[in-house]
Design a protein around this ligand. Structure first.
Ligand code: PEP
Length: 252
């Protein structure tokens, strides 16, 4: 009942020309896909051009971040209405790289979620533990704290437009994918927290993606897990061919 969702996070990579080229190639490779929701998150500089290139296709546009204020003196920031203006459907929030390098907190993520929801953009909210947290047996409590801190103020109705991306920090860009069982264990836990907070019906509707070194070779087994509804893909989304093979995971 939950449609699979695969999103490519291009991070800080590529010129406008390279971004358009990449998405044009992707479009032609996955034009026949209708059972998976697909989105790409180019750098801000390429959003406008990529938006034009994907118009009318089955690829949606995703921002990599947003600021919570509507407008004004916030140098370097981008508002939710600016993303909406470029036809962004999703926005990634609370990515671990932002938490690590830019001091992003759960409270900020919560404010950003509100700003996105206010204007009708669907947040993809990232949570995940570090290796240190996992090794010291704190993985579940850290993720629970992030979920409650980022989502605790939302209504059940809001939750239905939210996607959660579980991204263990130790698996991002390291080539170490969590095993399908490790990922499922956390996804199941997350769904339990959602059930506890928002009720069973809502918890069953929320899509939970896995992220962390996903490749065409690992996606199939991950997607067989009952609580894994998709993937947030970094490195492997920068080549149209590998991302298309991930999107077409069930054609293997
Ligand atoms: C990410 O940054 O969201 C990510 C999952 O990256 P990678 O696939 O490169 O690990």
């Amino acid at each position: 009942m939950r449609k699979a969702i695969i999103v490519g996070n291009w991070k800080m990579n590529g010129t406008v020309g390279e971004a358009v080229h990449l998405v044009a190639e992707l479009k032609s490779l996955i034009g026949d896909v209708s059972d998976v929701e697909v989105a790409v998150a180019p750098p801000f500089t390429a959003l406008s051009a990529v938006s034009r290139e994907i118009r009318g296709s089955n690829v949606r546009l995703c921002g990599q971040d947003v600021f919570w204020e509507k407008e004004g003196a916030y140098t370097g920031e981008i508002s939710a209405s600016m993303l909406k203006d470029l036809e962004c459907h999703f926005v990634i929030l609370g990515h671990s790289e932002r938490r690590q390098f830019l001091g992003e907190t759960d409270e900020w993520v919560c404010k950003k979620i509100m700003a996105a929801l206010d204007i009708g953009i669907h947040p993809i909210v990232c949570v995940g533990e570090s290796l240190d947290h996992r090794d010291s047996g704190r993985a579940f409590s850290i993720v629970e704290e992030q979920i409650r801190g980022c989502l605790g103020r939302l209504s059940a109705g809001d939750m239905e437009t939210i996607t959660i991306a579980y991204e263990p920090v130790w698996a991002i860009g390291t080539g170490k994918t969590a095993t399908p069982e490790q990922a499922e264990e956390m996804h199941h836990k997350i769904r339990g927290i959602l059930e506890d907070t928002f009720g069973r019906d809502t918890a069953r509707k929320v899509r939970i993606q896995y992220g962390g070194s996903v490749t065409p070779d690992t996606i199939g087994d991950l997607m067989k897990q009952p609580d894994i509804d998709g993937a947030l893909v970094g490195g492997a989304s920068l080549k149209a061919d590998s991302f298309a093979r991930i999107v077409k995971f069930n054609e293997k």
